[in-house]
Write a protein that binds this ligand. Structure first.
Ligand code: LLP
Length: 404
């Protein structure tokens, strides 16, 4: 995104034009950026030639999944719905892995029927359930076991998943018991060790620690895993001040790791593929003077974009038109929903704004629409994709009639 003649542009398209044409709020994605992110990811890890399974939970739009599939990525899914969407997008089942602590019988049956690459089990009970279904279906099912490596991802508490207090995976003792159990099962084929320690991780160090834990446990298990699924979690630069994770370093540790263990690596990135490829375009409904601050009341709200309300996440906000006027103001950007957490940001020294001005909330491509809801009976925004400087509607704005 750049300003051209003081107007914000995406891939040669003036965003102000989009705002007027489609009405706001709008989720707008750039395919160019998605491509750039995928190339960046594959280049950084080219020495280990991993299978990259896009974490569908980050963005579940089927048209976007189709584009991602065209770059040969697979999918990481956590529900039957995500699995159906991945298949609908044309992603080959043999490139799909299924994670999650609570897969139901129906979900497991569907995954087996579709012959996906791996069901990554997260408990003893789940292993028994998969085995039971496999036996009834007279099938041998490829499974992974998710380890909880008790590694601190040093990220926001709510999105940390690899510590012993988290519900994910199994501890070392149970992991080793399950390896032995699955090894001797007639209906299960143990293929994979999986981990995922958290999301929005900005340092390579937690991953380095995680790999040390894996090394040890693989040695103890005396088992050769065909796949090691390292999960996702690679963070992005929301603050736009060059705080980037060093993927090359991470890759060099993985390289060493596979020299010893010689397994195919799977990654499950979500945010790093799509996070910075989306913006939420919104209009100022009113400007209201408060006791101590001025509220900018937008037509987008926490139901459209939850991250600030859920995790106090900071997202950059940009005006679609830069004004020459030098006067600056402090603003609190809020939505119209009846909750005090319906707030996007407080920003000092913002250009002076007027009612009906348009703004862009940045980096909403991941966990934007996928976390959105109809709270306050608000229809979900239209989604558009910019592809080779053309604009495509990839999801219509929800109609009020669909909700009422
Ligand atoms: N694999 C597994 C098993 C996961 O649980 C997740 C994310 C991923 C992969 C993808 O992680 P990523 O590369 O996108 O960091 N709603 C939160 C993020 C929750 C992430 C949940 N699991 C947010 O908006 O920050």
């Amino acid at each position: 995104m750049i300003y051209k003649k003081n107007k914000l542009n995406i891939d040669g398209i003036n965003i102000d034009f989009l705002a007027r044409k489609f009405n706001t709020p709008i989720y707008c994605y750039s395919l160019k950026k998605i491509k750039e992110n995928i190339l960046n990811f594959t280049n950084n890890f080219n020495k280990i030639n991993p299978l990259i399974c896009f974490a569908v939970k980050a963005n579940t739009n089927v048209k976007i999944l189709k584009e991602i599939k065209n770059f040969n990525l697979g999918a990481d899914v956590v529900s039957i719905g995500e699995l159906m969407k991945a298949i609908k997008a044309g992603i080959k089942p043999k490139k799909i892995v299924f994670s999650g602590v609570g897969k139901t019988k129906t979900e497991i049956e569907y995954a087996i029927q579709k012959k996906i690459l791996l069901i990554n089990a997260e408990s003893k009970s789940e292993i028994l359930e998969i085995e039971k279904i496999a036996k009834i279906k007279k099938r041998i099912v490829d499974v992974g076991i998710r380890l909880n490596p008790n590694t601190d991802a040093k990220t926001i508490r709510q999105i940390s998943t690899g510590k012993k207090e988290n519900k994910f995976g199994v501890n070392e003792k149970i992991f080793l018991q399950l390896v032995n159990y699955v090894r001797s099962s007639k209906y299960l084929n143990l293929k994979c060790l999986s981990v995922h320690i958290g999301s929005q991780i900005l340092s390579h160090k937690p991953y380095q620690k995680m790999l040390i834990v894996l090394d040890k446990i693989i040695e103890k298990s005396k088992y050769k895993f065909d796949y090691i699924d390292l999960g996702g979690g690679m963070g992005i630069d929301y603050s736009h001040n060059n705080t980037k994770i060093n993927l090359k370093k991470y890759s060099s540790y993985v390289e060493k790791f596979i020299k010893k263990n010689n397994s195919k690596i799977i990654f499950e990135p979500g945010r790093s593929i799509i996070g910075n490829a989306g913006i939420l375009i919104t209009k100022i409904i009113y400007i209201k003077e408060g006791f101590k601050k001025n509220f900018i009341i937008l037509d987008a709200a926490m139901n459209d974009f939850m991250r600030p309300a859920l995790y106090a996440a900071q997202h950059k906000i940009l005006p679609l038109k830069k004004t020459r006027n030098r006067s600056k103001k402090s603003y609190e950007f809020v939505g119209p929903i009846c909750e005090s957490t319906d707030k996007f940001a407080t920003i000092k020294n913002f250009q002076k704004l007027n009612e009906k001005d348009f703004l862009a909330i940045c980096d909403v491509g991941a966990y934007g629409t996928s976390l959105s809801s109809n709270y306050n009976v608000r229809p979900k925004p239209v989604e558009i994709l910019i592809k080779a400087s053309k604009v495509y509607i990839i999801n219509k704005r929800q109609k009020l009639s669909e909700l009422i």
